[in-house]
Ligand binder design. Sequence first.
Ligand code: RB5
Length: 156
Amino acid sequence: MKIAVASDHMGLEMKRALAAKLSEWGHGVIDLGTDSEARCHYPVFAVRACQTVQTGECERAVLVCGTGIGMCITAGKLTAIRAVVGHDVYATQMSRRHNNTNVLCLGARTTGIDAALAILQTWLETPYEGGRHDERLHLITQIEQGEGIEPGPDGR
Ligand code: RB5
């Protein structure tokens, strides 16, 4: 799989470790920065990496900042991006099965490297289930496009 990686200064070390592991696992990795420990703005790097997913250049992206939260908020603003903060293996696995996430955000200050690798591996290996979840993802797409969504207030 071709995977974009990006981080801010807080996530640099973890990003490098994850990128090395992704290559070891046989994935193609594109590193969109940052490449120094100088303070920088995480939205810039989130957008760079997510754009490669939007264009199809990369299938997925992995973003690292202090908590994963800023990266995830930014990624969630972008069309066709479904991002998750990978806090634990179970929720991250569900984000693939039910939400077809294409961007994984990790926190270098909140998650140790061993846990991050386990979360990353699960995220890469877990397929999307489709079926009833397609309708829900379609509603998200409609919201992205500024359309109203059909289901009533009870959500059916
Ligand atoms: C940078 O100080 C920090 O705010 C950033 O890495 C991230 O945690 C934001 O969500």
